[in-house]
Design a protein around this ligand. Sequence first.
Ligand code: SAM
Length: 414
Amino acid sequence: MGEMQGKTVEIEVTNVAHGGVAVARHEGRVIFVSDAIPGERVLARITEDSKKSFWRAETLSVITASEHRRPHVWAAASIDRAPEDRAGGAEFGHIDIAHQRELKRQVLADSLSRMAGVTTEATVEALPGPHNGTGWRTRVRLQVAEDGTPGPYAARSHRVIAVTDLPLATPALAAIAPLDEKFPGSAHVDIVVPSVGNPFVLAGGATNADRGRAHRITERVGEREFRLDARGFWQVHQHAAETLTRAVQDAVDESLFDPRASNLDLYGGVGLLAAAVGDRFGNHVRITTVESDSLATDHAAENLVEWTGAAAVTARVEQFLRGLGATAGAHERDSLRRGTVILDPPRSGAGKEVVAELVALGPAQIVYVACDPVALARDVALFAAGGYELGGLRAFDLFPNTHHVEAVATLTRA
Ligand SMILES: C[S@@+](CC[C@H](N)C(=O)[O-])C[C@H]1O[C@@H](n2cnc3c(N)ncnc32)[C@H](O)[C@@H]1O
């Protein structure tokens, strides 16, 4: 720790950076600052000064406001509070929604340009919902403080903040959120409002006996229903599953799609995107969905039962691909080469090993669903080195009032 930690500085904010912070400079040094908007002049407190290349700071007050600043959509996260008392999880809530999308577009475009040398014109598309980006979360995890009080963590910390409302939640979720109850002995409380059936409030972790028990729920996407566990992965925005279903269906190039080839849905969850491919190309499509969570794979097998060519495999994607690379015979290799791969990894992206295995198998096209623009850009660069080029790219605002953005990219052999 240097001597600047805790000091206040007046800084010009120039750019947006990845991770929900903006970039400022102070005496030539880069400072990543929270709760600020490019174009503003703010008074900020240095919170981290140990690195040579950059420091971190939090905005205390705004000296010259951006025209895009608005009152925060969540009073609990407002700049009017001390930084340590601001609720986390809505780090763009002080920015008007159109400008939030513009900043997300810039982060995506800059990452792809800087890391993969690719230029993109993709804008960030809005989902249906209120114009201020509230009312979309169908799942919320509240953390529990030592005295049993539930609430979100404060931004950039593990301190639980008591709150009186959850504006990013759907009205149905907000109505049942137990914000004034106590949960002694629990580590967290999950509130889940599925599109079909009753909502759940599940206290878990620490000493709670409910930990580990499965709770089967149903989600409807268009005409189709999916079974899953209440705590298993499902998109959080109430319109996300439908949006990604359509985006993936549109992204698959029909001229490169072979229904009899070895098509893969990697990081498949409960089979949402395998079903999207099946619904577009018919129930004879051959597709294997691969997922590490065995409970999700069990549900995927059930959800995909009407597709005679679908299979659900429990495996880590890297091991599954390594196995294919090592054991596939000439016929299977040819089938994999004619195949289409849907790739929907967690935030860390697919990474070096998975990209290398996929490049070696050489599928005809890859539809990459990405929730982190930097991980996507890194992987696009790895795919490019392996002979794949980025074709289409769309981006969606699946997480309004946060810095997160979802992208759907297509890659084909150059
Ligand atoms: C972003 S979610 C996508 C799920 C699914 N495609 C959907 O749209 O609902 C990523 C999924 O990958 C799974 N996962 C994470 N790491 C994995 C790995 N190394 N191998 C296989 N699955 C993994 C998670 O359990 C999660 O279900």
